[in-house]
Each structure stands twice: as structure tokens, then as C-alpha cells.
Design a protein around this ligand. Structure first.
Ligand SMILES: Cc1cc2nc3c(=O)[nH]c(=O)nc-3n(C[C@H](O)[C@H](O)[C@H](O)COP(=O)(O)O)c2cc1C
Ligand code: SF4
Length: 414
């Protein structure tokens, strides 16, 4: 494991103090409870309806159950996904930087619940502070009473390991992470088989996002009912929303799941920095959908957004005001995704590159009605044609921008 510069740690924290502060705040209590009854961890997470916070919103217990039921005759892995490279998403780095012990405790509890003996923290090497904080926190866990407690509850040694990822955006896709951990280039694998059946080195593997796992200790400590009560409406728990763009107070906000877009922007974000009216919000990161001023009262949770044809994704909210060109913005994001395509699937490699080229042409006043028609055709052809979700995300963004801002595209044509 690479030893990183301790000075990179957040100046508010000292190494030993960090562990002590976390313990003073109840850190380690959930492990003590979970180690006594590992089966109850999965039951609590199921009752809490914890969702995957890496973007999918998939019920966590389903993947956990699949890994828990997989044969335990060889290693079982848990991968804590901290690749975080989606534009506008800044939440996992903050958790790793500010409270790495909470993330470790969450991962260890998840490992106990599914019977995993190899826990891999897979972190983007560009997040230097997060990597340094986690590295030091893991050093404090190695050989500690907490690790012994976890191994005793599991019935075999539980190894905790830090693996810096490649730093590629595509490396955050769960099967790409498995490839990198095996020492290969992070090309996403075809699915099925899913990681729960055939993960790292063919072993059953659970992949969860950093924020997802960071929620587990509180669920175990305070119970599912307490967790659900933290949300509003039908949604449970809290969410780390990454707010950026044209707002007075950009930042990462932990708020009840289901907070409205209006409160997010105008109460917590302080309104628009430019003082102009709001035009749109790239919601869930730029690989998702756009919301407009008509959606200000929508609850920002997985189910409410899905009902509106939108998606919560990573919880990123990028606010743009009147006067911002939507075509230009979409073209910029699509350029990022086209560059990030790993190139394995011809439809994604050429499809995203073609969309990017056509959008640049339209944005610079060179586009034609035929270009628009080609974009529409690609939107119909591409979804589901790739091994991973990257190509679908590009189409989702493009279609959403057409739905709300078609007039702007028409005006930009030659
Ligand atoms: C192109 C692409 C990039 C992704 N990047 C990340 C990432 O950086 N971090 C992450 O947790 N999930 C990322 N995901 C989602 C993972 O594939 C996977 O769904 C997630 O890690 C599962 O964790 P969760 O169920 O706790 O959300 C990405 C997916 C795709 C298609
Ligand atoms: S869809 Fe795109 S990014 Fe995903 S595996 Fe295929 S080529 Fe790579």
C-alpha cells in the first residue's frame, strides 16, 4: 500500500485524534452490535430500504442477499467504490476525507452481513486527501481490537485493503472495478454473470458505493425505523446532495432524502449567484436528466424523480440560469462522456463520438436539420447496445434536453 503524505490530511484532524473523535461520537458501537448478530445487519438494511447511492438507487438488500447466499468455499469480496469522477459529484471524497472510519465500519458491517473476508477500498487516486485519510484510518484498523472483533464474528480473518483505482471515469463501473482490482485495464465486463456470482478472481463480490456503506453503521445502531424517519415523504434516510453551478452557496449538503429542489436551491444554496431566473438543473449528474423551473417542488428522491421521468443518480444538482446555452452545456458533457468511452462496444465508441461531433456542429451554428434527425436516430438506436450504462446516460441527457429545450436546438441550426 502506498504511504501518502500525512500533511495532505484535513488540517482540522490529527491522526490519533481522528479515531478518538469518531469513537467519542459512537464509532465502533454498530460493529459491536453487528458482530453479535451478523444476520440482523442484512435484515435492518432491508427494513430501512437503503438504496444504492452510487447512482442506481437499487435496493441494497437484494445484492447483499445474493452475495450472502453464494457459496463460501472460497474468498468473498466486498468492494467499496470510491472512484467518484462524475462531473458535479463531490460526496464520496468528503466522506472519505472527513470520516473514513465511518466508511470502514460500514464496509466491515456489510462484509459481516454477506460473509466477505476480503474488503477492498477502491479509491480514485486523484482524490489525494481522501486517499491519504483512508490510508491512515486503515492503518489504525489493521490489527486493532475492532478488526479482531470482525474476524471473530466472520469466523475467518477479514482483510482490509486499499486499491487506488486507475482514475478513469469508466473505472467506476462496477465490473470495470473488478478488472482493475485483478490487475487489468478497467474495461467493463458483459453481464451476466453479475459480480455477486462472478466477481474479483471469479469469487462472489459485493460492490457498493462509499455513501451507501457509510449509512450502514447508523442503521445498525439506531434501527431501520429511525433511519426511515430521517427522510421526508415516502423516502428514507438522508442524502448527500452535491450542489454546484450558478448558486450562491455551492457545496455538499446532507439533507433529508426527499428534500425539494426549491429548498435545495433557494434555502440551502442561497438562490442564484447571478440573480437571474433559473433555467434548468442537470439532476443526478450530467449523465441523467434535466429538470426545469416547473419541477421546483419535486422531491429529490429516487421514486419521485423516476415518476417524473428523471433520475436522482448520484444526487448532483448543477444549476444553470437564463442566458446559459443548453446546447453548449450538453455538448460539453457529451464530449466528456465520449472521451470516457472505453471503446469496447462499437455502438458506444462511434455513437458517442458522432453525437459529440454533431452537437459541436449545432452549437457553432453549422448544424442542419439532417444533423438533428441523425441525433434522433442515434437516440432510438443506442440504448442498451453497450456493455455498461455509459452510452445510455448520454442518450438520457440528450433526450431530456430535446424534451425541454428543442426550440433552442432549432434556433442554433444553420
Ligand atoms: C460509467 C459508469 C461510472 C460509474 N462510476 C461510479 C463511481 O465512480 N462510483 C460508484 O459508486 N458507482 C459508480 N457507477 C455505478 C456502479 O457501476 C455500481 O452501480 C455502484 O458502485 C454500486 O453501488 P451502490 O449499489 O451502492 O450504488 C458507475 C457506473 C457507470 C456505468
Ligand atoms: S458502453 Fe461504452 S463505456 Fe461501456 S463498455 Fe461499452 S464502450 Fe465501454
Amino acid at each position: 500500500m502506498e504511504i501518502l503524505n500525512a500533511n495532505l490530511l484535513h488540517p482540522r484532524w490529527r491522526v490519533g485524534e481522528h479515531l478518538q473523535r469518531w469513537r467519542d461520537a459512537g464509532g465502533g458501537e454498530a460493529l459491536a452490535i453487528g458482530a453479535g448478530n451478523p444476520a440482523a445487519i442484512l435484515a435492518a438494511v432491508k427494513e430501512a430500504d437503503l438504496r444504492g447511492l452510487g447512482g442506481s438507487g437499487f435496493p441494497v438488500w437484494r445484492k447483499w442477499e445474493a452475495v450472502a447466499h453464494a457459496p463460501a468455499d472460497k474468498d468473498k469480496y466486498l468492494v467499496c467504490n470510491g472512484n467518484e469522477d462524475e462531473p458535479g459529484t463531490y460526496k464520496d471524497r468528503l466522506l472519505l476525507e472527513e470520516t473514513p472510519h465511518q466508511v470502514i465500519e460500514g464496509a466491515v458491517l456489510a462484509a459481516l452481513a454477506v460473509g466477505a473476508n476480503r474488503v477492498v477500498f477502491y479509491v480514485n487516486p486523484d482524490l489525494k486527501r481522501s486517499l491519504a485519510a483512508l490510508d491512515l484510518a486503515l492503518a489504525q484498523w489493521q490489527g486493532s481490537a475492532m478488526q479482531e472483533q470482525a474476524s471473530a464474528a466472520l469466523g475467518r480473518p477479514m482483510a482490509l485493503e486499499l486499491v487506488p483505482s486507475s482514475g478513469h471515469y469508466i473505472g467506476g463501473e462496477e465490473t470495470a472495478a473488478l478488472e482493475w482490482i485483478e490487475g487489468k485495464f478497467p474495461f467493463p465486463r458483459g453481464k451476466p454473470p453479475y459480480p455477486a456470482e462472478y466477481g474479483v478472481h471469479g469469487c462472489p463480490t459485493l460492490v457498493n458505493n462509499v455513501e451507501t456503506l457509510a449509512n450502514v453503521p447508523a442503521i445498525v445502531r439506531h434501527g431501520a425505523e429511525w433511519f426511515r424517519a430521517q427522510g421526508t415523504g415516502g423516502a428514507g434516510g438522508t442524502k448527500l446532495y452535491s450542489l454546484s453551478g450558478d448558486v450562491l452557496h455551492p457545496g455538499v449538503y446532507e439533507l433529508p432524502m426527499g428534500t425539494t429542489l426549491r429548498d435545495m436551491i433557494f434555502v440551502h444554496g442561497g438562490g442564484l449567484l447571478s440573480g437571474k431566473p433559473i433555467k434548468a438543473v442537470f439532476t443526478g449528474g450530467p449523465s441523467n436528466t434535466l429538470l426545469t423551473p416547473d419541477d421546483l417542488d419535486v422531491a429529490l428522491d429516487f421514486d419521485s424523480l423516476r415518476e417524473r421521468g428523471a433520475a436522482l443518480g448520484t444526487g448532483a444538482m448543477i444549476v444553470v440560469s437564463e442566458g446559459t446555452g443548453i446546447v453548449k452545456r450538453v455538448a460539453e458533457y457529451v464530449r466528456f462522456f465520449a472521451h470516457s468511452s472505453c471503446g469496447q462496444c462499437p455502438s458506444c465508441k462511434t455513437g458517442t463520438a458522432t453525437i459529440s461531433r454533431l452537437l459541436d456542429r449545432i452549437d457553432t451554428g453549422q448544424g442542419t436539420a439532417a444533423d438533428m434527425a441523425t441525433l434522433e436516430t442515434l437516440c432510438a438506436m443506442l440504448p442498451g447496445s453497450g456493455r455498461c450504462h455509459l452510452v445510455n446516460g448520454v442518450v438520457q441527457l440528450l433526450e431530456s434536453s430535446f424534451r425541454h429545450f428543442r426550440q433552442e436546438y432549432r434556433q442554433a441550426l444553420k
